[in-house]
Ligand binder design. Structure first.
Ligand code: BG6
Ligand code: MG
Length: 216
């Protein structure tokens, strides 16, 4: 029986995945590295510092910067990113998501956020949906990032449910893998998972109940 839903944020609840891409592409360009949308798929779900490391490796610059310089580069990207998302409002919630959150609340389904983003709580506030969440994982306390299952296991603890009682929703390859490694049913938005949807518009309470039933 479905008792909880664990959401990823960027690319599932709102389209910040595009802003992360723009901010990274801008920073990469400044240090002479070109990234494209295909490469960017590897960055989805991955922490800020790990993303920077992947970009540097991609540009054959893995050893070009000291730790302090890398922190400065990551900060620069984050400041630009925060500038890009400053004007976000309720209107930036992806189609179907607010309705789904409301339906889940009406049916006493627990709701958690498992995002690698340190900007998560602020974004939930801007979108005016923070009250829907029973638990928000603090990624600072998660030792191993996605595709490790840790963040989803922490979310399960936070809402006090077992893996077989919940569904996880992700748009990243690393995120789907993390859900699966936590033993949870995965819905992928635009990516391969137990069940794939092409748009968040397809997500609603009845659909999730059917998915949960078909896997038990
Ligand atoms: C994830 C995004 O949700 O958060 C990644 O998919 C991003 O692209 C990561 O790097 C960390 O985000 P932030 O906001 O802490 O830099
Ligand atoms: Mg995502």
């Amino acid at each position: 029986m479905l008792k909880g839903v664990i959401f990823d944020l960027d690319g599932v609840i709102t389209d910040t995945a595009e802003y992360h891409y723009q901010a990274w592409a801008h920073l990469a360009n400044e240090i002479g590295i070109k990234i494209d949308k295909k490469f960017n798929e590897n960055l989805k779900g991955i922490s800020r510092m790990e993303s920077l490391e992947l970009i540097l490796k991609h540009g054959n610059k893995a050893d070009a910067y000291t730790k302090e310089e890398k922190i400065a580069l990551a900060d620069k990207k984050n400041n630009h990113y925060k500038e890009l998302i400053k004007k976000m409002t309720k209107k930036d919630i992806l189609p179907g998501i607010e309705n789904l959150l409301q339906e889940l609340k009406n049916n006493n389904i627990k709701i958690a956020l498992a995002s690698a983003s340190r900007n998560g709580p602020m974004i939930l506030k801007s979108l005016e949906i923070e009250d829907f969440f029973d638990y928000v994982v603090n990624p600072v306390h998660i030792k191993n990032g996605k595709p490790a299952p840790d963040i989803f296991l922490d979310a399960l603890k936070g809402i006090n449910l077992k893996a077989y009682e919940v569904i996880g929703i992700e748009d990243a390859i690393a995120g789907v893998e993390a859900i699966k490694r936590a033993g949870i049913i995965a819905i992928g938005v635009g990516v391969k998972a137990d069940v794939r949807v092409n748009s968040t518009e397809e997500l609603n309470y009845d659909f999730l109940v059917k998915v949960a039933e078909s896997y038990t």
